[in-house]
Ligand binder design. Structure first.
Ligand code: HEC
Length: 172
């Protein structure tokens, strides 16, 4: 210590122990599970290799895990209420009160809005593409451009997620 190397936090000592241990002679009663026989010494070595691989996987996936946690959208009650209002005021004219694709404006559309109750359709799309269709319109996901975009929702991830939840709800 005091040699200018990394600060000795528990994680750093733990990790360096993991990586340096192999170069130290195994003393009886030391090392993992006090390996005494040749056989358990090998098991011990294997366990250490496994730990190294796991530590490496953890370190490599750590940023991705962080990103996933950061992009996970929280839907508040306010988002849900707003989404319900938006569905009533903007979506029902085409998609119908019950999401069956039979709203008052639907008969003018070709193709008409799909039936959100169709499990086949529900399985064919993921949440991200539903969200995309809602924000950027049908043409952004390769369906009819009659499906109107809602650019004002671009910075409202909670409301969009709640709308996606509402669309998913018809399939349950
Ligand atoms: C002007 C009529 C119209 C309005 C308004 C409208 N849609 Fe649509 N929507 C459609 C049509 C038509 C389709 C089907 C397009 C196709 O299958 O080619 C569609 C498709 C969709 C899809 C399926 C996209 C896919 O990938 O299959 C979703 C989800 C959707 N609409 C949600 C909404 C929501 C939520 C609203 C309200 C914010 C809304 N739509 C407003 C006409 C409309």
């Amino acid at each position: 210590m005091g040699d200018g190397s990394l600060p000795q936090t528990p994680i750093v000592t733990g990790l360096s122990h993991l990586f340096e241990h192999r170069d130290q002679p195994e003393k009886p009663g030391q090392g993992c599970w006090a390996a005494q026989s040749e056989k358990s010494g090998q098991d011990c070595w294997a366990a250490r290799q496994l730990l190294k691989v796991l530590a490496l996987i953890f370190l490599l996936t750590f940023p991705a895990n962080l990103m996933a946690a950061a992009t996970k959208v929280t839907i508040t009650d306010k988002d849900r209420a707003e989404a319900a209002d938006i569905f009533e005021s903007r979506c029902v004219t085409c998609h119908g009160e019950d999401g069956r694709g039979d709203g008052p404006a639907a008969s003018n559309l070709k193709p008409g809005p799909i039936d959100f109750h169709s499990l086949k359709w529900q399985k064919s799309v993921d949440d991200a593409s539903i969200a995309r269709a809602i924000i950027y319109g049908g043409s952004s996901v390769g369906v009819s451009a009659e499906m109107a975009p809602n650019p004002d929702l671009e910075n409202e991830p909670g409301v969009v997620a709640a709308l996606v939840g509402q669309v998913r709800g018809f399939g349950k």
